[in-house]
Design a protein around this ligand. Structure first.
Ligand code: G3P
Ligand code: CA
Length: 354
C-alpha cells in the first residue's frame, strides 16, 4: 500500500513575511491535518490523496463522511457527488439526477444516498478545482471513492510503515439531513471505530462536526475526542434545536467556548475566526485555551486565491504564494494544529517554527 515512502524534505521556501509576536502557546504539540488528503495535489478524498499526505508527513488524514443507500460510510465532502466524480457522464445513472433540499438549500445533482456502495465503486473521482489545480486534474478518472474502512486501513498501514502514528479526523457531513432520511450517523460511526480499537480518548481520532447536537450525542457514546467546527459567518444547521447556538459568532464568545468545552475537546474554526485581518490574532485562541479547548483552524491552501494579500506571489489566482509563512503566523497565534491541502508545506512550517 505504501511500498515506498518519500522522505519529508525541508521546503527551501524563503518568503520571510512580517510575523506577529508570539502571543499564545499551544496546549498540545501542533499537528498537521491533511485536509481531504494532500488535496492540493490529488483529487480530494481518494486513497492517492491520503497516501501522499502520509508520505509528506501528515499526522492526521481527514475524511469527510456521507452514507450510501446501503448505509456504508464513504469519503466525500458532500452527499451531492456531481462536482467531484464522473457520475454526470454515466448514462446508466442519468435517471438518478434529482433535486433535494439539504440544510435549507436546494441542490440538483446525484446523491450518495441513492447509490449502493457497489454502484459508487464504479465511479471515479475528479478534481474539484481544476482551474487552480490543473496538475491534480490530470488524475481525473483514475481513482475510486474510498470507504471509511479503507481510509482506516490506510492510516493503520501508514503507521506500520512509517513508524509514526497516523490518525484519522473524520467529519460527519449533514448529520441532521441524514437523520431525517432514516440514516443516523453517530452510533454507526462509533461502532465502526470501536471495531478497529478506536474507542478511547487517546485513540488517534478526532470526530468533527459543524452541528452541535450530534456532537453532544456522540459525547454520550464514545470517549473519542470531539471537535466543534465553526465558520466565520452563519450558524450550525441545527441552530436553535435543543438550545444549540444560533450563530457561530455566539459559539466563539468566551461563554460560547465554555459551553463547547462541556462536550468537545477542541474547536475547528475557519482561519478567519482567529485572525484579525492585520497579521494579529483575535482573542478566540486565548479564550478557547482558557476553556481548555484545543484549536485546529482550516483551511491553509497554497494558491493566491486562498491566501491573504501579504502572502501572495504575483496576481494569478492559481500561482502558489507563501503558505508556509501563513501557517507559521498562525502557529505564533498558539494553534494546536491546522488543516491544510498541502501537508508538506505544513510539516515544513512546523519544523521552521521549532
Ligand atoms: O473540517 C474542517 C474543514 O474541512 C471544514 O470545512 O467544508 O472543508 O469540510 P470543509
Ligand atoms: Ca471537513
Amino acid at each position: 500500500m505504501l511500498a515506498t515512502l518519500a522522505p519529508v524534505h525541508a521546503s527551501g521556501q524563503t518568503g520571510a513575511m512580517t510575523s506577529p509576536a508570539a502571543v499564545e502557546k499551544p496546549l498540545s504539540p501542533p499537528i498537521v491535518i491533511a485536509h481531504r488528503g494532500a488535496s492540493g495535489l490529488r483529487p480530494e478524498h481518494t486513497i492517492a490523496a491520503y497516501r501522499l499526505a502520509i508520505e509528506q508527513g501528515a499526522d492526521f488524514i481527514e475524511p469527510d463522511l456521507v452514507l450510501t443507500k446501503d448505509n456504508v460510510f464513504i469519503a466525500r465532502h458532500e452527499n451531492d457527488i456531481t462536482g467531484t466524480t464522473d457520475v454526470s457522464t454515466r448514462p446508466e445513472f442519468a435517471g438518478r439526477k434529482t433535486t433535494k433540499t439539504i440544510d435549507g438549500a436546494s441542490h440538483t445533482g446525484w446523491f450518495t444516498e441513492d447509490f449502493t456502495l457497489r454502484e459508487i465503486k464504479t465511479l471515479r473521482a475528479k478534481e474539484r478545482l481544476p482551474q487552480f489545480r490543473p496538475e491534480s486534474a490530470t488524475y481525473d478518472g483514475r481513482f475510486e471513492i474510498p470507504t471509511l474502512a479503507e481510509v482506516i486501513a490506510l492510516a493503520k498501514e501508514g503507521s506500520r510503515l512509517t513508524g509514526r502514528t497516523i490518525g484519522i479526523y473524520p467529519e460527519t457531513k449533514h448529520p441532521s439531513y441524514f437523520q431525517s432520511i432514516g440514516k443516523p450517523m453517530e452510533a454507526k460511526l462509533v461502532a465502526e471505530l470501536k471495531k478497529v480499537g478506536w474507542d478511547s480518548a487517546d485513540a488517534p481520532v478526532f470526530i468533527q462536526s459543524f452541528e452541535v447536537n450530534n456532537l453532544k450525542a456522540l459525547k454520550g457514546m464514545t470517549k473519542v475526542r470531539l471537535i466543534q467546527l465553526m465558520d466565520a459567518a452563519g450558524g450550525p444547521a441545527d441552530a436553535g434545536k435543543n438550545s444549540a447556538p444560533t450563530s457561530y459568532a455566539a459559539m466563539a464568545t468566551p461563554e460560547g467556548l465554555r459551553a463547547i468545552a462541556t462536550y468537545a475537546y477542541g474547536i475547528g474554526p475557519n482561519k478567519n475566526v482567529i485572525w484579525d485581518g492585520k497579521l494579529n490574532p483575535t482573542s478566540v485562541v486565548a479564550n478557547a485555551h482558557a476553556a481548555g479547548l484545543r484549536v485546529h483552524p482550516w483551511t491553509f491552501r497554497a494558491e493566491n486565491a486562498f491566501l491573504p494579500a501579504v502572502y501572495r506571489s504575483g496576481t494569478d489566482p492559481a500561482t502558489h504564494g507563501d503558505i508556509t509563512a501563513e501557517i507559521q503566523a498562525y502557529l505564533k497565534f498558539g494553534v494546536d494544529g491546522f488543516f491544510t491541502d498541502f501537508p508538506l508545506q505544513g510539516v515544513n512550517a512546523l519544523k521552521a517554527a521549532k
